[in-house]
Design a protein around this ligand. Structure first.
Ligand code: F6R
Length: 607
């Protein structure tokens, strides 16, 4: 989703702005632009498409100046063309914006009546005109912002610079995150600490409703009521975020291969592997007092909760309710103090998930978040925070964050089961030992890469692909289909294997690859029956199973991918690897943009 960077520098800022924008590329975008103050006057360059097009323009037409703002735009209002790219300018002001101004149509109509001409279809341009109008009326930039901000409804982050004001940058946050970077005689603002990492590791985060007046030597923060407030400076881990692919062709590839390590780190946080017990962590809910867990999240994170449902119900005897976050609130689900509302998010900023968290807090139930970005809004707002220690995930399609989410959720389910007396010390030890082996199994699963790379030649020509699974393999099938869609743009659907005959079987013919995720578990034989139904209709089966499954299956397959035999609790984590590799290699063969698939954003900060 859109990325913002702003710099009050002591050197030419245009290349620095582009550098910051490059570090925001992972969020997903379709156009980019920067504006600087050259001898007090605003100049701007914008380009449709990837940053390299903006860089080419800048090489031909460099922008001077030590003050500037930059933006990567993920289109919401208006197509991704140059005229809609940010910064937007009006009179003496230039603005960049992430989020949505919900009342923009009303504001636009009022401004048009007053004679303002609009060059773009964006909601952002109303902000530029409103501030410009206030400046024209004699207000200072600070007074203008104080007057305009209350007129804007919605969720947004803004950064503005003003003609004739070389030592001033104003930024505001109502929803999407914004970090202030404190440098030596320089000051920065950015959508996240990753963008600011090349410049400083001292950051402070604006809270919702805050706005800040920056000069090179000061940051004066006001809250939503206009009161001056202090926002603590922190040392960010952002400087450690080497946005580098290393020897890997794509970030996604690097991140897939980091999984043995990232899952190991996550497990070690929750489990004492030497003792075979769950750790005692501070700030965990009173599992005994709960009767229900209610999950709400989006996309891949949502699929992690579909797996977790099996674990919490069977190991901890807690009933589990789940929904996609974008629908959860509309049901107005009954929530009481025996319910733990548990959210899962890589970014900790996804607008729908955050809105559900706030809704649940208002309803009086306890909240928890399984989250990867420790400094995120969800991590700050939830009652209990359960970290995933996957490190920064740059590839837009989630891989290592998903397996870390599964590792954390499995550990929490064991913790809850133990606390509620549903599992005994011996079973706890067995489960902890089984989870402790997952990093090793993941490393073995990654060895399937070459086989999968060759197999994907059969998939790259498919129009549609079906994924089937049963039990905890069912959400892995759903995740596999999502990964293939996102990366290769091939239409794919995941189904519970037992649902096949209730509709999707109509699609099966000899052109249809059917990927079956089936460890040799207690559901295996039933899944084999579903494979027979596919085979009888000529469907091309790719079976992902283990040694026991491969030996037991009698159905003819196009290919059988054989994983190590793993304990049941480990299976969904381990089986995530081949479905990731399938999506990745199919996309590579098709030549799509693996790390930044079209139309997708990493941190979805609009509802
Ligand atoms: C898919 C993917 C998305 C995210 C979803 C939620 O590969 O990455 O579906 O899982 O947008 O994002 P977070 O986890 O940041 O809340």
């Amino acid at each position: 989703m859109c990325g913002i960077i702003g710099i009050l520098g002591t050197r030419p800022v245009a290349p620095l702005l582009v550098d910051g924008l490059k570090r925001l590329e992972y969020r997903g975008y379709d156009s980019a632009g920067i504006a600087t103050l050259e001898n007090g006057h605003l100049t701007r360059l914008r380009a449709e498409g990837k940053l390299v097009r903006l860089e080419k323009k800048l090489a031909a037409q460099p922008l001077a100046g030590h003050t500037g703002i930059g933006h990567t735009r993920w289109a919401t209002h208006g197509v991704p063309v140059e005229r809609n790219a940010h910064p937007h300018m009006s009179g003496r002001v230039a603005v960049v914006h992430n989020g949505i101004v919900e009342n923009f149509a009303e504001l636009r109509a009022q401004l048009q009546e007053k004679g303002y001409k609009f060059e773009s279809e964006t909601d952002t341009e109303v902000i530029a005109h409103l501030v410009s109008e206030a400046l024209a009326g004699g207000k200072t930039p600070v007074e203008a912002m104080r007057a305009v901000l209350p007129c804007l409804r919605g969720a947004f982050a803004l950064a503005l610079v003003f003609e004739g004001e070389e030592d001033l940058l104003i930024a505001a946050r109502q929803g999407p995150p914004l970090a202030i970077g404190h440098g030596k005689g320089e000051m920065y603002v950015g959508s996240d600490a990753i963008a600011l990492a090349p410049f400083t590791d001292t950051v402070s985060y604006l809270e919702d409703g805050d706005w800040v007046v920056l000069t090179r030597r000061s940051a004066t923060v006001y809250d939503a009521d206009g009161k001056q407030v202090n926002r603590a400076k922190k040392k960010s881990s952002g400087s450690a975020f080497l946005v580098s692919r290393g020897n890997h062709r794509h970030f996604m590839h690097k991140e897939m291969f980091e999984q043995p390590e990232t899952v190991a780190h996550t497990l070690a946080h929750y489990l004492d592997l030497a003792k075979g017990t769950v750790r005692k962590l501070g700030n965990t809910p009173d599992w005994k007092a709960l009767s229900r867990i209610s999950f709400a999240c989006c996309g891949t994170a949502y699929y992690s909760t579909l797996v977790a449902r099996y674990w919490f119900e069977s190991l901890a005897g807690l009933s589990v309710d789940h929904d996609v976050a974008s629908e959860f609130r509309y049901r107005e689900p009954p929530l009481d103090e025996d319910t733990l509302a548990l959210f899962v998010s890589q970014s900790g900023e996804t607008a729908d998930t955050l809105a559900c968290l706030r809704y649940c807090q208002q309803s009086g139930c306890k909240t928890g978040v399984v989250v990867n970005v420790a400094e995120s809004t969800m991590a700050r707002e939830a009652d209990s925070v359960f970290p995933t220690l996957a490190g920064p995930e740059i590839g837009v399609a989630s891989t290592k964050a998903f397996t870390a989410q599964l590792a954390a959720l499995a550990s929490l389910a064991v913790m809850a089961g133990r606390a509620r007396g549903k599992i005994k010390a011996r079973q706890e030890e067995e489960l902890v030992r089984a989870l402790g082996e997952v990093p090793r199994y993941l490393a073995q699963a990654l060895k399937l890469e070459d086989t999968i790379g060759k197999l994907c030649r059969h998939l790259m020509t498919a129009q549609h692909v079906l994924y089937l699974g049963r039990g905890t393999a069912c959400p892995v099938a759903l995740e596999g289909a999502l990964k293939l869609k996102e990366l290769s743009y091939i239409h794919a659907e995941g189904y519970a294997a037992g649902e096949l005959k209730h509709g999707p079987i109509a699609l099966v013919d000899e052109d249809m690859p059917v990927i079956v995720v089936a460890p040799h578990d207690r559901w295996f034989e039933k899944t084999v029956s579903n494979m027979q139904e596919v085979a009888a209709r000529g469907g091309r089966i790719i079976l992902i199973t283990d040694k026991r499954g491969a030996a037991a299956v009698s159905v003819k397959t196009l290919a059988t991918l054989v994983l190590p035999d793993v304990p049941e609790i480990a299976a969904p984590i381990v089986y995530s690897v081949p479905v990731q590799l399938i999506a990745y290699h199919t996309a590579v063969l098709l030549g799509t943009d693996v790390d930044q698939p079209r139309n997708l954003a990493k941190s979805v900060t609009v509802e």
